[in-house]
Design a protein around this ligand. Sequence first.
Ligand code: DON
Length: 455
Amino acid sequence: MDITGRWWHLNWGGQARGNGWSGKRGMVFKTPNPWFPWNRLISGMEDLLFYTITEGKEMIPVSQFISALRSTGLLTSDPRLSDCMRQLRQSMQDSAGTVMMDPKLFRKCVGANILLLTQAFRRKFIIPDFEAFASNINQLYYSTQRQVGGHVADYIPQLAKFSPDLWGVSLCTVDGQRHSAGDTKVPFCLQSCVKPLEYAIAVHEIGTEHVHRYVGKEPSGLKFNQLSLDEEDKPHNPMVNAGAIVISSLLKVRGFLGVMEYLKKMSGTEYVGFSNATFQSEKETGDRNFAIGYYLKEKKCFPKNADMIAALDFYFQLCSIEVTCESGSVMAATLANGGICPITGEQVLSAEAVRNTLSLMHSCGMYDFSGQFAFHVGLPAKSGVSGAVLLVVPNVMGIMCWSPPLDRVGNSVRGIHFCQELVSLFNFHNYDNLRHFARKLDPRRQSLDDRVSKG
Ligand code: DON
């Protein structure tokens, strides 16, 4: 059935005809305008969307609507859909038996979400065929599960207690499409994955110039916990311990709760916790970090009046912040999306802070494997001793991989394998050519111009 024929004043080409809209882009009516039939336009859009979802049927079970919604990549827990879901739950409570979605209930539920849902069902999200993409990710997940090498970090009991079999991957696109496979609800500590996040917050709060008065931008070529400074007697970059400890001293005035608030916003208010036991153990076993702290103090690397022990304490606290793969993937997606959290729409970090962060993750994020990772995977990432790998596909999605067994360098064995396989399958490497080579899959939405030029 050609449902587009039902509404004379609308078609799905994005043009509104016969409604006074054409040629007036950017025009906003703050009060109801008697000359402009907004209500008719909106209700036309609602009906059109309804019949698109139901494929022309007058009603479908609510469960079918929910499945259709999930197939676009949207979760029913998405904060943008909270009103819609509340209305649905209400209708389910009010009636016995199978609840049917008809145009009336649909209008009630859609409310302010008309544009989001239209984008979702019209396949206008960054990954239009999300089910196919998710099924590819599942295959990569299962093939990576077979990687059984590596050793779980055991320098503190809180890390050693994790089973080597734990393995989870979550992703969140810049449109808030979500997919998870495996152990994605288990909390783990960010450890060094907090370094890019604290750097981003510092740049957002106090600016690039100020932060880089104290820390460099070059890969060190040395171990992450090396007692070493660059030629200007600054830590080499924010991704090594010395750099992160100095940045902790810059951020100290915002306090632990201030940083937590940023992380909570980056995660779209999903799980962000704290492991006090890890924090205590980090302090007890942190001789190397204390040595770095004294070295930094001797070389006058801290801002005036900074308290070195307090900065170390803060650094240990930040390493002990917990996320899950699910919440971590939203944080990564906020970085992929220029600092705007995809599921809340909130601008958490400035575009400049995010760009700096991604640049440094790209060159310094993966310990002594950073050069190889940049070569083979070509994406900004940061790993942590807990087995976490925070991966960003700029302008597309954020990914959090987590599996505790680590390789010789300290990166998660499964995390690295997954990132490599992901880029072998999809053209996500920064230097993959997007126009001429079709050897890899491109799951991204193509613009009309692209399609025409590819023929
Ligand atoms: O500084 C440490 O030893 C840990 N708390 C952080 C370890 C980690 O993830 C390694 N980082 N680059």
